[in-house]
Design a protein around this ligand. Structure first.
Ligand SMILES: Nc1ncnc2c1ncn2[C@@H]1O[C@H](COP(=O)(O)OP(=O)(O)OP(=O)(O)O)[C@@H](O)[C@H]1O
Length: 257
């Protein structure tokens, strides 16, 4: 198997007396979708923030391997290098599309901007790619000059995905990407994410408390509770044959719902 794209060991992080991460390790390989599941307060979002360099752990390390195969210790990279990584190699899909979109910029502008950030300069090419990406995320290209605030919640989320993926990141961090949307809209969005991640061979680190979403998208699953990883493995194995009592409870409560 290839080297992991992102790898962490021994992560510890406390907020006052709360231990949000308690000796957490993870590895994400190129093209792999890994879901972090667990109840509210289990440490999922904190882990995502540490893995994407936004929070510095009290102990442990995170290593990112760049496109040339060079490993970098994330928390020793420096602000400028980290920002460059975020622009070129990584993408973020937020639960609230407003956090990932520029609401005062047209739909086409939202997508085109990301291309310009990685060096695209030719207006015609940028507009053509933006049009193509709107089509890919099932937004009518006639809406290209409209502002995202005129879009439905599901459309805004699809636009955020187009904006994120247009620059072909190697790794995308997603925090509850379908949270707050209608169930039918969620299903369509999950299908779209699954298709695009697989087609573009993008690694995804997905935080969700939605086991059904994790089953649909993730190759591997990591179950967290009270800041610890209680179980991890291939998604079907973990969900069909959970070993830890907490995972059994999570799975059975979904089945009973
Ligand atoms: N900025 C903060 N200051 C203080 N405590 C925090 C902060 N962020 C998180 N915590 C605490 O750390 C623990 C883990 O929180 P975290 O948000 O990572 O959990 P989560 O699994 O993502 O929950 P949710 O699904 O509700 O977002 C919780 O006890 C939370 O209250």
């Amino acid at each position: 198997m290839s080297f992991p794209l992102l790898e962490a060991q021994g992560l510890i992080l406390r907020f006052g007396t709360t231990t949000a991460l308690d000796d957490v390790g993870i590895a994400v390989h190129p093209g792999e979708v890994v879901a972090i599941v667990g109840e509210s307060g289990s440490g999922k979002s904190t882990l995502l923030r540490v893995l994407s360099g936004q929070l510095v752990p009290a102990a442990g390390q995170v290593t990112y391997r760049d496109a040339q195969g060079q490993p970098h210790l994330l928390h020793e990279m420096g602000e400028a290098a980290l920002r460059r990584l975020m622009r070129t190699d990584w993408g973020f899909v937020h639960q609230n599309a407003r956090d990932g979109l520029r609401m005062g910029v047209s739909a086409g502008g939202n997508v085109g901007e990301r291309l310009m950030a990685i060096g695209a300069r030719h207006y015609g090419d940028i507009r053509a790619q933006a049009t193509e990406w709107l089509r890919r995320v099932e937004i009518d290209e006639a809406r290209i000059d409209h502002l995202p605030r005129t879009f439905s919640g599901g459309m805004q989320q699809r636009l955020q995905i187009a904006r994120t993926l247009v620059s072909r990141p190697r790794l995308v961090f997603m925090d509850e990407p379908t949270g707050g949307l209608d169930v039918s809209v969620q299903a369509r969005l999950l299908d779209l994410i699954r298709g695009l991640a697989s087609e573009l061979n993008i690694a995804v680190l997905l935080v969700t408390h939605d086991i059904a979403a994790a089953r649909l998208l993730a190759h591997r699953l990591m179950v967290m509770r009270h800041g610890r990883v209680v179980e991890q493995g291939l998604t079907d194995r973990v969900l069909d044959d959970p070993q830890h009592p907490y995972t059994q409870l999570l799975v059975s409560s979904v089945l009973a719902a």
